[in-house]
Each structure stands twice: as C-alpha cells, then as structure tokens.
Design a protein around this ligand. Structure first.
Ligand code: AMP
Length: 216
C-alpha cells in the first residue's frame, strides 16, 4: 500500500477522505491536528501551552509537532500503510519528514492535493460537526454528509460538536497560514514526481473515486 500525504486547505475534507480510505483499505490515519488536540485534552503542561496557539489558528512549532509525529510513526501499525493529514505544513517540515522517513525505512508513495476554492472551504468549515463519542464527521450544509437528525450523531445519537477553531475569523487566519506555508509544498512534491491534483469541488464520494484512481 502506498503511504499518502494529503495537502489541502483547512476543512477540505481530508478527515472524511481518510475515513473512507481507512474503511476500504485499512489505512492508518495520522492527523497531527488530532495528535495535538489529544495533548490539549490530556491537560499536560505542553497541552496547556498548545491551547492558546491552536485556538488562534496559528501553527505550532515544527519541533513540537514533529516529535508527536515521530512517536506515532514508530508504532507498529504504520507498517501496513498510513495517511499523513496536516503534516507537512511547510517546506521545513517536508525536509524533516524526508529525513525521518529514511531513518524509519519508510517512504511516501503519493502526495494528494485536494484542490478547492476558498469560499467553498470556508463554507465547509462553518458547517463542520463531529461526534464526540465515535469521531464521525458531518457537515450541516451538505446533503451528503448532514446528520439525519439535526445536531445528533446517526450512530450514537449524541449531540454533535464543532471545533473551536472553525469560526469565520479563525478560518481566515488558518487559510492564510495555508497559502503562505503549505501551498509551496505543491512544487516540492511535483519536483519529486509524486504530486497528484484532485478536483475536490464535488461530493465526498466523487472526490473519493478520484483518489481511488491515484492509489491503485
Ligand atoms: P488541523 O486539525 O490539521 O486543522 O490542525 C489544527 C491546528 O493544529 C492548526 O491550526 C495548527 O495550530 C496545529 N497543527 C496541526 N498540524 C500542524 C503542523 N504540521 N504544524 C504546525 N501546526 C500544526
């Protein structure tokens, strides 16, 4: 199985596409945002420092994120195939990742860019909900992914929550950070010959079909 990197603006649906790949192929989903949120929830000293940075929409330092990622990548389950979601977020992290993967004897088979415009991404961010129990993602503005019973998880019947950084103001900061730091990665992976551009303006299943053709 090819190891994958997802590159996309915030709220493009990386989490949703990762869930589909996990279900269909047994991929392991590694989201640095999730690793950081877990640290915040643990209320560790590091977690308390992260809370402020993350709720402002700014990026956490390369050192902190990379260490959390390294610890996750050395776990045995990553041997079958993993998806990196949210890392690398800048060229420095891409280079750190190249070195880290060499030491771990792993490599990336495809960098998948989910291409979409800013207005659609913002609309998705503002409608995004998830189940605090099972983690399933929803979007209240999109027919294909809205909960059957408004505001409640289809599986757990628990009230859905939204992320504290999915506000219009924070979205703009996160989107600008993406343009400035993450977009240059497209040229980086193009030069390595592993960049795949996917039209992400359709439904999650249309995007998923395009991703399938890349990983085959
Ligand atoms: P995400 O869930 O990927 O949208 O990430 C949420 C927040 O976590 C971001 O706005 C950043 O503050 C932080 N974060 C996640 N991944 C990284 C990364 N690779 N480098 C720096 N900060 C990150």
């Amino acid at each position: 199985m090819k190891n994958i990197i997802f590159i996309a603006p915030p709220a493009a649906g990386k989490g949703t596409q990762s869930e589909i790949l996990m279900k269909n192929h047994g991929y392991i989903h590694i989201s640095t945002g999730d690793l950081l949120r877990k640290e915040v929830e643990s209320k560790s000293e590091l977690g308390l420092r992260l809370t402020e940075i993350m709720s402002s929409g700014e990026l956490v330092s390369d050192e902190i994120v990379t260490e959390l990622l390294r610890k996750r990548l050395i776990e045995k389950d990553t041997e079958t195939g993993f998806i990196l979601d949210g890392y690398p977020r800048n060229i420095a992290q891409a280079k750190i990742l190249d070195d880290l993967l060499i030491t771990l004897g792993k490599k990336i088979g495809a960098a998948i860019y989910l291409d979409m415009d800013v207005d659609t991404a913002m609309h998705r961010a503002l409608g995004r909900l998830s189940c605090p129990e099972c983690g399933r993602g929803y979007n209240k503005y999109e027919e294909a992914t809205k909960p059957k019973n408004e505001g409640f998880c289809d599986d757990c019947n628990i009230a859905l929550t939204s992320r504290s950084d999915d506000t219009e103001e924070t979205f703009k900061i996160r989107f600008n950070a993406y343009i400035e730091n993450t977009e240059p990665l497209l040229d980086y992976y193009k030069e390595l010959g592993i960049l795949n551009v996917i039209d992400n303006s359709g439904t999650p299943s249309e995007t998923s079909a395009l991703i399938e053709s890349v990983i085959k």
